[in-house]
Design a protein around this ligand. Structure first.
Ligand SMILES: Cc1cc2nc3c(=O)[nH]c(=O)nc-3n(C[C@H](O)[C@H](O)[C@H](O)COP(=O)(O)OP(=O)(O)OC[C@H]3O[C@@H](n4cnc5c(N)ncnc54)[C@H](O)[C@@H]3O)c2cc1C
Length: 346
């Protein structure tokens, strides 16, 4: 059965480039098209898409369709869904593969409704099994992995970042077929006037970082001298984040302390929490400090490949097969030493 494959992407906040997740979704779309023996079409949305189109011109797509202009610069459901609908119809797309960015997670489920198709979000892989597109995703806080196939078409697939190798190739001059989408005045009533994010998260949560640094409640507990050292802990952690570019995670005990009127790290919020009731970030490496490594926390490390932990307690959870390396040491001392080493490298 022929299955026309469309890779769909939008430009990032710069207005001209594609987000990293888009190159990963493109890698998956190319693989699927190749395995199904079907041509690939690319669809782009944004204010100015030329540079983005050139960056993927060598990806081997049969054609590149685009809806562009100031109306499509910012994330807005009405215009994003209209642009995506026009591209999908022009491409007669049956399988649509797109990155699971916050912009597309908001707009593409509505696209599926408009096209009388189906959508699946937060996919961790897209492949072909017995000649049919087949996707995987997690359920029940990453405990159950489902393999999903559907007969409904068009089938819109949003691939989570960090799950497929990004396509990369040299830029080339792209031949882009522009589609004209007229936007009714009522579709432009919503205006994006800016993005407001909590300062701490903007600075500390970095999904593309190579390293996840996790701070646990131990940082705020009484230390061997019988006193707490919260200001020192804050300084050490912030200096390490600055020097290493790591993303900051926290244990539940630590992030909960702010609600319990205990000494807290000022930059730590619930958005940093890693674990069963927190997030499941994807990073090549992880370093846990002053965190016990209990199962409800460690379940959030599922996608962190190489794990190390620093804990004073040689019987902590990390010692029981949860980390590749456990340093039985004082994290205050280890991080001070690490910061010195990082500073000397700069
Ligand atoms: C339903 C449910 C869901 C949960 N979901 C989550 C979740 O999503 N995420 C999560 O994190 N937890 C979760 N928990 C809680 C989890 O079980 C633990 O209570 C929590 O992770 C403990 O946090 P912690 O290890 O930072 O603190 P603690 O258990 O207090 O451990 C602190 C550690 O710091 C060490 N330490 C102290 N000082 C130093 C030092 N100077 N150097 C080195 N080490 C030091 C101590 O040895 C100790 O091991 C959940 C629990 C339940 C019941």
């Amino acid at each position: 059965m022929p299955q026309s494959i469309l890779f769909l992407a939008h430009v990032d906040e710069s207005g001209t480039n594609l987000p990293k997740a888009a190159y990963e979704a493109l890698g998956a779309a190319r693989d699927v098209a190749q395995q199904l023996g079907q041509p690939l079409t690319i669809g782009l949305i944004g204010d100015r898409i030329e540079s983005a189109a050139n960056s993927i011109a060598a990806a081997g797509a049969q054609k590149i369709l685009a809806v562009s202009g100031p109306d499509f610069a910012k994330a807005r459901y009405s215009t994003d869904a209209a642009a995506a609908e026009a591209i999908c119809r022009a491409a007669a797309a049956e399988i649509v593969i797109a990155p699971a960015t916050s912009r597309f997670l908001r707009a593409l489920p509505g696209l599926a409704y408009r096209l009388k198709g189906c959508v699946d979000t937060h996919l961790t892989s897209i492949g072909v099994v017995e000649g049919k597109p087949s996707v995987t995703r997690w359920f029940y806080r990453q405990r159950l992995e489902a393999v999903v196939q559907r007969d409904a078409r068009p089938w819109i697939l949003l691939l989570d970042s960090g799950c497929h190798a990004a396509w990369c190739g040299a830029p080339a001059k792209a031949a882009v077929q522009a589609l004209d989408v007229q936007v009714a005045p009522e579709a432009k009533r919503t205006l994006v006037t800016g993005i407001r994010v909590p300062k701490s998260d903007a600075q500390t949560i970095r999904p593309d970082a190579k390293l996840l640094f996790v701070a646990g409640a131990g940082w705020t507990k009484k230390q061997p001298d019988g006193k707490t050292h919260v200001p020192e802990a804050e300084a050490l952690i912030l200096e390490f984040l600055r020097g290493s570019g790591a993303s900051l995670g926290g244990s539940k005990s630590l992030v909960d302390q702010s609600g319990e009127n205990q000494a807290v790290l000022g930059f730590m919020t619930h958005l940093n929490q890693v674990g069963q009731t927190g997030s499941t970030p994807r990073h090549p490496k992880g370093l846990s400090t002053c965190c016990h490594g209990e199962e409800p926390h460690v379940v959030g490390w599922r996608f962190v490949n190489e794990r190390r932990a620093v804990n004073l307690d040689p019987n902590c959870g990390w010692a029981r097969g949860k980390a590749d390396v456990l340093y039985v040491a004082d994290a205050f001392q280890v991080m001070a030493k690490l910061n010195t080493l990082l500073a000397s490298r700069r």
